[in-house]
Ligand binder design. Sequence first.
Ligand SMILES: [Zn+2]
Length: 327
Amino acid sequence: MNRIPETLLGPRHWWPVAIIALCLLASGGQKPQGASAAISQDTLAALGKDSGNTGGLTPSARQGWEPSEDLVRLCDREAARWRARLGKGCSTVARPPFVLAGDLARDDLDVWHETTVRPAAEILWARYARIRPHEPVVILLFASENRYRTEAKRLFADRNVSVYGYYKPSRRCIVLNLARGGGTLVHELTHALVDFDFPDVPDWFSEGLASLHEECRIVPEEARIEGLVNWRLAALQTALQQDRLRPVRALVTSGDFLAGDVGLNYAHARYVCLFLQKRGALTRFYHAFRDRRAIDPPGASTLLAATGSRSWEELESEFRDWVAQLQ
Ligand SMILES: [Zn+2]
């Protein structure tokens, strides 16, 4: 059992607000869709499977987990590679399935692993990701914005990156500017771990779940990670008041999450996930959505069933009332 005490992550200045800079265009003031949708018995059955006496925890979380010899070897090799690439003044530690590296002392890398990476990862595996990494996840931590930007450019030719950090799926690598704190680390860690378990997760849920963890409360003893209300609420409530918040159903089914008013889309998806969390349905929804992806690609009917609402009209009305009273 993890001994890390209950932790709060994500004070305001830690959050990855760069995406908000893209928040320029209104989404067109669409009205909620009125059509009701029948919830199939298959959907209800899929949701029910995860709601037994396991509390939604995955089998791997209940049985414990040890990295394979192959994974340990791969992590050692990756650590040696990053030691050579980063050079003087940098350190690396292999903590399978993670390899942490950057311009910090080894002890400081271990503190990041023990206080943030490991507790958050254990809970993400317990709550969501059934499949654990079979290859190393590299986490590059840089103490200053200048070093972070310099290395992003030198190592990956990445320019104009978020001031906070980012995840590179093709390299299974998180790059982080520690001068902005640790909230972004849990956001990017969520992407990196979900990547192994739910590789074709749609953008709306990938970013909704990751954004939920930008500001969160972690209770390792209870395998609990809870998203909290954060700064993204303001954009959502403003859009609601100005009658330009599109329906939840459109957010989920339109496939245009990364177009148009991206900042509002992030806020919308984050609060749909928080809405599910408040109803005690987020873990079950994740499992049912992942397992039914082939028959419900955007997760719409699975979402409606998970909320317990009887129709899209009812869901929309309940979601909007809930958002309006949040503080
Ligand atoms: Zn993200």
